[in-house]
Design a protein. Structure first.
Length: 351
């Protein structure tokens, strides 16, 4: 690996054209991006350059065999102007776990962290300071090597782009429990952040939207009896005062926000169960009034409360709670992320 980073600064920033008080999510892009090629069996010198289109050969294997993985993370500023990341090495480790599954060369942690920190230094002015906003960061890798033969590529690109963003979701969402389609299967790549996983979600999700729902709750591929994920997020279910989430496996992403919620909840004396949870158990809890909350958890939204769900033609509404687990857990996590409280876990990385 070549360790130095080449920096090519943009001639004129476009930052003055951006309304930081009205930021959509992931639609406005910062001035620079990091790009690093894997050629001849090694990662080359990373380059920080103006954000620009990528030129690829039509035979690049990303187009034909889908070798593509990504991560999602955020940078924050506190009221003193410090820049912070949240568990960034976990993102690097998960990216490499995905890379291994898709036969993509792993990125050295030193290159990942050094490149990320330098990119944030160059685009420091793009990190929002507005409440609820952050700089969303998208590291990704894909096959740039060419060939129509069905085999792994011999060349790859690692890129980091960023986008100053407001909230991912506003308000609560209504979901449909999926009975036919599956997000992932045993032995597959559901645990990896592979681009194809998300492409395969779009059709069932669109069908749910056409029925009046915002998202899909995914069930297991075999029996559709077990709740597994909510859209592109991990899912938590609160029955009475117990918080339940599915265990990770071949089909379920090892979410960084998920792991953080479990730890914070346990330390807050909330009963947490990491186990399989059946659709029938959730329905019974809803009918008896014991189902108090359901929420998705992921980097983009942090925590996204679910207002209700549909299953087999029946809709179930969840109660409005003053002192919800979702609200309290989200505040604890975001306060750690933005340096508003102590970080007893060592998750916050101040640059």
């Amino acid at each position: 690996m070549k360790s130095s980073i080449e920096i090519q600064r943009i001639e004129k920033s476009k930052i003055d054209s951006v309304d930081f008080n009205n930021l959509p999510f992931g639609s406005v892009y910062s001035d620079h991006m990091l790009e690093c090629d894997f050629v001849n069996g090694e990662w080359q010198t990373p380059v920080i350059k103006p954000y620009s289109p990528i030129s690829l050969d039509p035979a690049a294997k990303i187009f034909h065999y889908g070798q593509s993985i990504f991560e999602g993370m955020k940078a924050y500023k506190d009221d003193k102007g410090n820049t912070m990341l949240f568990r960034p090495l976990d993102n690097c480790k998960r990216l490499n776990k995905s890379a291994e599954r898709l036969v993509i060369p792993q990125i050295p942690e030193e290159l990942f962290m050094e490149g990320l920190k330098k990119l944030l230094e160059v685009d420091d002015a793009w990190i929002p300071t507005n409440e609820g906003s952050s700089l969303y960061i998208r590291p990704f890798m894909f096959a740039s090597g060419i060939g129509f033969h069905a085999s792994p590529a011999n060349e790859y690109k690692f890129i980091i782009c960023s986008a100053p963003s407001g909230a991912y979701f506003s308000g609560k969402v209504k979901v449909l429990i999926e009975e036919k389609y599956a997000r992932a299967a045993n032995g597959g790549v559901g645990f990896a952040k592979a681009g194809g996983n998300y492409a395969a979600q779009f059709y069932p999700t669109q069908l749910a939207i056409e029925k009046g729902y915002n998202q899909v709750i995914w069930t297991d591929d075999n029996t559709h009896e077990y709740i597994e994920e909510a859209g592109a997020m991990n899912i938590f279910v609160r029955i009475n005062d117990t918080l339940i989430t599915s265990p990770t496996n071949d089909r379920i992403l090892d979410g960084i926000t998920r792991k953080s919620i479990i730890k914070i909840a346990e330390d807050s004396n909330i009963d947490v169960e990491v186990r399989k949870i059946t659709v029938s158990e959730v329905i019974a809890a809803a009918q008896s009034g014991n189902l108090k909350e359901m929420f998705g958890a992921g980097t983009a939204a942090v925590i996204s409360p679910i207002s209700g769900f549909g299953y087999q033609g029946t809709d179930y509404d969840l109660p409005e709670l003053e002192n919800s687990f979702a609200k309290n857990l989200k505040k604890t996590i975001t306060d750690i992320q933005t340096n508003k409280t102590e970080d007893p876990y060592g998750w916050r990385v101040i640059l």
